[in-house]
Design a protein around this ligand. Structure first.
Ligand code: URA
Length: 228
């Protein structure tokens, strides 16, 4: 784990406050002053903050990427549908949670973590575009791309949906990039234009691209975790 993260979770301060403490020369690792916030520390490291010792480092959090299957739901409980959580062993002290949600009929890239602060960072608006591959029940005119880029007003909602980029893949298939967390936003956007989505797949989230088979998962590397 990075030193700034260890200090931030042990002291309940933000990462930037932890970095200031480190840069200010207030943190020692194994008796040596360290001013590099990215220095790696483990459960055996003795971290000193001013005159205090930070006892042990919290057990490492989990950061996973999963290729969600059709029909699975991201809820904690559902008597009628399989849960995405059935693939993972849960640790009750640090429960695994999904980072945002994909709906039951959507496949693709889903992140899961035990680290609430990280989840919050990933979901911050304006930071990480998600790419969705959309299949419509019928083909549509070229002008639909301009309509989408102009912003689409959803029924009963004030703020239009803003799509950053859209590419046509086939007469009824598009790839679009969006930075939105609203409920069923992609399906509702197309419904507002008179089209029905019959297939929806998330292929990337920010800098992460799906690189595993349907139903598979893998831990993120530390470098991937640090991208957010
Ligand atoms: N938009 C949707 O409509 N569904 C999803 O699962 C994600 C975005």
């Amino acid at each position: 784990m990075r030193l700034d993260k260890a200090v931030s979770s042990a002291r309940g301060v933000s990462r930037s406050a932890a970095r200031s403490l480190i840069l200010g020369g207030q943190v020692c690792v194994d008796g040596i002053q360290v001013r590099d916030a990215s220095c790696q520390v483990g459960a055996q490291s003795v971290i000193g903050l001013g005159a205090d010792l930070i006892p042990g480092v919290e057990p490492a959090h989990q950061y996973l990427v999963y290729h969600k299957m059709l029909g699975e739901v991201c809820s904690r409980e559902d008597a009628h549908h399989p849960l995405v959580f059935r693939h993972f062993n849960d640790n009750m002290r640090h429960p695994l949670m999904t980072v945002g949600r994909l709906d039951q009929d959507t496949t693709g890239l889903l992140l899961l973590t035990t680290d609430g602060r990280w989840s919050h960072r990933v979901r911050r608006p304006g930071h990480h575009h998600k790419c969705y591959e959309v299949t419509l029940s019928e083909s549509c005119l070229d002008s639909v791309q301009d309509q989408v880029l102009a912003g689409v007003k959803l029924e009963d909602e004030h703020r239009p949906v803003q799509v950053q980029r859209i590419e046509r893949m086939a007469s009824n298939q598009f790839r679009l990039w969006i930075d939105e967390g609203r409920y069923h936003v992609v399906r509702r956007l197309w419904a507002a234009l008179g089209y029905h989505v019959v297939g929806l797949h998330r292929s990337s989230l920010g800098p992460l691209h799906l690189d595993i088979e349907l139903g598979q998962w893998r831990p993120l590397t530390q470098a991937e975790v640090d991208l957010f």
